[in-house]
Design a protein. Structure first.
Ligand code: HEM
Length: 405
């Protein structure tokens, strides 16, 4: 049924409840929570511009590699246990933001850190069903703090302020003949083709890239560290593969992936077990439609049970972290159709390629240089997630012990 929902146009809508539209000026704008012709056009044009600036190409790999190097350097110079839960946030923003806004921030940039904390908070106070704010939006006038309204409003006020400043800076220095990034490209499109997009559209596309692109990859990467710190044998096997394919004298590159199938299997197993988008992003029926034996009335929200799909009856010992389940006896990768962490069909995640590349490069670079250890006396961190728009790991610390190769 999940496959049927994501492959039929009639289920390609997105809900327009209060929670989903309060981040976009009360309207359906941008990519994630938009639908119909406007969604189609925004998604298509945003992807065209992203690709125009190197998204999905060698340029993207260079940005990822640069961020990995900065992260590894930072870890080398850190001699205490590291609280890892938002460890990748700024590196991930930097990678996306090179395309969108042409900017890079230092890994200890205070404003960016605050912004990332805001995004994390906003992902914790709500869930994808839309919560009370969508079913009873009037309660925001009665108990705004209790139902997360105050927090959501504050977070989005700060995020929009940040984006407005960036867009204003772009407008001041715009050269219509030579766009520098996606924001420039949208501004030029708006100038040449009046009415095609408005500044609100651009602001929500930028917000989509920040919100959909950062928490998702960060939380998955953090779960990956969590599973590895709990399992030294898997760390050793990863390091054996890295040592054999990459060695110690150069950094891993994306083209190593095809010879590092155990590393790929660790990433797939992380995506399965963590399932950080437990119900995907809600779809909505655009007309009355039949689904199996059910009649789904127009306007019904549909949540995809991805966590259940990834952790249910199909899998042997689903609660165990076993990368081997994705490898044949000969060591080749098994593509299992029950694993679809990025969705599929017309609404599939636009960041899948980027996310998979980031996860590979973070993992390979970190494991090439460090052993992951728990600080003495610290209990084994729990794999039990914190609920929210995406699932995240409970706070835990790791010692990144430099490897003697
Ligand atoms: C591990 C990381 C990620 C996971 C697990 C993930 C998962 C998903 C899922 C399940 C969907 C919904 C598919 C559907 O509605 O059927 C989605 C949509 C989306 N994702 Fe991701 N995502 C990740 C990373 C990213 C990144 C890095 C970006 C951007 C740079 C991104 C941008 C988007 C956007 C814009 C959509 C909305 C697409 C649409 O509605 O047309 N995601 N993602």
């Amino acid at each position: 049924m999940i496959k049927e929902v994501i492959s039929r146009d009639v289920f390609d809508g997105r809900p327009d409840g209060f929670l989903y539209t309060m981040r976009s000026f009360g309207k359906k704008l941008g990519i994630v929570f938009n639908d119909g012709l406007h969604w189609n056009k925004t998604r298509r044009v945003a992807l065209k511009f992203l690709k125009g600036f190197g998204y999905g190409s060698r340029q993207m790999e260079l940005h990822i590699a640069e961020e990995c190097q900065a992260l590894v350097e930072k870890l080398k110079n850190t001699h205490e246990p590291v609280l890892v839960n938002s460890m990748f946030d700024i590196s991930i923003i930097n990678i996306v933001w090179r395309f969108v806004a042409g900017e890079r921030y230092e890994l200890d940039d205070e404003r960016l850190k605050k912004l990332c904390d805001l995004i994390t908070r906003c992902f914790r106070v709500a869930d994808m069903s839309g919560g009370v704010l969508t079913s009873m939006p009037y309660l925001r006038h009665v108990i705004p703090d209790l139902i997360g309204y105050t927090e959501m409003k504050e977070v989005h006020r700060a995020l929009h302020q940040f984006l407005r400043e960036i867009i204003e800076k772009h407008k001041e220095t715009l050269d219509l003949k030579s766009p520098r990034d996606v924001i420039d490209a949208f501004l030029i499109e708006m100038h040449n083709n009046i009415g095609s997009f408005y500044e609100e559209d651009l602001q929500v596309v930028c917000l989509d890239m920040l919100e959909a692109g950062v928490e998702t990859v960060n939380n998955t990467a953090v779960f990956m560290l969590l599973y590895l710190v709990r399992n030294e044998a898997i760390q050793r096997r990863l390091q054996d593969e890295i040592d054999e394919v990459v060695g110690e004298n150069r950094a891993p590159v994306l083209s190593d992936r095809k010879r590092m199938l155990y590393t790929e299997a660790v990433i797939m197993e992380t995506l399965r077990l963590a399932s950080i988008a437990p119900v995907g992003i809600p779809h909505m029926a655009l007309a009355d439609a039949k689904l199996g034996d059910y009649v789904i009335p127009k306007g019904t929200f549909i949540l995809l049970a991805l966590h259940e799909l990834h952790n249910g009856i199909h899998w042997k010992d689903p609660e165990a972290f076993q990368p081997e389940r994705f490898l044949t006896r000969e060591g080749n990768l098994i593509q299992d159709e029950w694993l679809m962490p990025f969705g599929s069909g017309k609404r599939r995640c636009i960041g899948e390629g980027l996310a998979r590349s980031e996860l590979f490069m973070f993992l390979a670079n970190i494991m090439q240089k460090f052993n992951l250890k728990l600080p003495p006396g610290h209990p084994m961190p729990s794999i039990e997630p914190i609920d929210g728009l995406t699932l995240s790991a409970k706070p835990f610390k790791i010692i990144f012990e430099p490897r003697c190769q």
